[in-house]
Design a protein around this ligand. Structure first.
Ligand SMILES: Cc1ncc(COP(=O)(O)O)c(C=O)c1O
Length: 395
């Protein structure tokens, strides 16, 4: 590499990544093939529009690439091409979610979603996000005792407030979501059901988390978390679903381009296509199973060691640890800093019913996808839990 300054930073970051235990549940390590495709000459090409309907010439191979990526996306989740459409152009998860709302929700309409403090993402209608400025969030509440989604209350609120879209998905909710119940609530209130499976898409692909496709009208996902691809996103939409007299998949395509974006990042599309093929293998299924086994082992040992695990455990790849425990433990910010010093990377996080501030909340969020990619098993998780415990207790 000629640019020595950047080369030095790449090498330093590589060393940092190799030298730490990475428990950030939304990060992962992609394969060399994904990186090769991502950094390929496809990045040189402009391809505004969609396959076989572009605004520039020279699209022989880009059309083939994008179509292949779409086919692989549908195949991975066992979706029929006549029923589902996949848009692989969103540049990341946030613009993917924004595009869906732009397509379906009139300005000022309601989006029902989990607030940040209950494990939702900024783009589920949070006030600081454009999704909470253009539209109004109707919160999905958790039951304070169980720390699980309160589906009864969700139904009552949805029927009364009539959201246009109900978005279920999370960045910090460790349990299964009952998609069947969410469908019933969407039907009872006349809303579209959108599932943001960004965090758990790889687990769905591996058959260890319930699939939302039987129930949802739209499914969005990032590709760089449990799917182990490059930073990007996919929007799946049902071809038979309409908004007014228009097909929602057509409206969503238009919202992505030209509504929100210009040309797709074709290096990303190539990298996503590679990852989707890798995800459709027995080895990946085994990997997905191991992610969950590892998370359960990590949560179990931390609990044994006296830490309170939000909702009492996990069904997935992520765990919320209440490190503060009403003043009996340590705040999340201090926990995050202490762990980083000890070579364990995680993030501070609010917990349901948070009594502190988002900048110094009561807990930390940890997860197992990255370390599972590196070959760690349950016995390693026990050791990591013990290291977390001794670091936080200063022993
Ligand atoms: C559930 C969920 N949706 C959307 C996003 C946004 O993805 P991005 O950071 O790629 O914009 C995230 C990112 O953490 C997420 O967890």
């Amino acid at each position: 590499m000629h640019d020595k300054q950047i080369e030095k930073l790449i090498k330093a970051e590589e060393k940092r990544q190799k030298g730490v235990i990475n428990l950030i549940p939304s990060e992962n390590y992609v394969s060399k093939d994904v990186l090769t495709a991502l950094g390929s000459i496809f990045d040189n090409k402009y391809a505004e529009g969609y396959p076989y309907a572009r605004y520039y010439a020279g699209q022989k191979y880009t059309d083939e690439l994008e179509t292949l990526c779409q086919k692989r996306a549908l195949k991975l989740f066992k979706l029929k091409e006549d029923l589902w459409h996949a848009n692989v152009q969103p540049l990341s998860g946030s613009p993917a979610n924004l595009a869906v709302y732009l397509a379906l929700v009139p300005k000022g309409g309601k989006i029902m979603g989990l607030p940040l403090s209950s494990g939702g993402h900024l783009t589920h209608g949070q006030k600081v996000s454009i999704t909470g400025k253009m539209w109004e969030q109707l919160p999905i509440n958790l039951n304070p005792k169980t720390e699980l989604i309160d589906y009864e209350k969700m139904k009552e609120d949805a029927i009364r407030e009539k959201p246009v879209v109900i978005v279920v998905g999370f960045t910090a909710y460790p349990r299964f979501v009952d998609f069947k119940k969410c469908r019933e609530i969407a039907d009872a209130s006349g809303a579209f059901l959108m599932v943001d499976m960004s965090h758990f898409a790889g687990l769905v692909a591996g058959g260890v988390y319930p699939s939302p496709f039987e129930y949802a009208d739209v499914v969005t996902t990032t590709t760089h978390k449990t799917l182990r691809g490059p930073r990007s996103a996919i929007i799946f939409s049902r071809k038979d679903k309409k908004s007014g007299d228009k097909d929602i998949s057509v409206l969503i395509d238009k919202a992505v381009f030209p509504g929100l974006q210009g040309g797709p990042h074709l290096g990303q599309v190539a990298g996503v296509a590679v990852a989707l093929k890798e995800d459709n293998t027995p080895a990946f299924k085994k990997y997905a199973k191991q992610i969950v086994k590892n998370a359960k082992a990590l949560a179990g040992e931390l609990s044994e060691l006296g830490w309170r695990i939000v909702s009492g455990g996990t069904d997935s790849h992520l765990i919320l640890v209440d490190t503060w425990m009403n003043g009996k433990g340590i705040p999340g910010k201090e926990a995050e800093a202490k762990l980083e010093k000890a070579g364990i990377i995680c993030n501070k996080n609010t917990i349901p019913g948070e009594t502190r501030s988002p900048f110094d909340p009561s807990g930390i969020r940890i997860g197992t996808p990255a370390e599972t990619t590196r070959g760690k098993k349950e016995k390693d998780m026990i050791l990591i839990a013990r290291k977390i415990n001794s670091t936080l207790r200063g022993k």
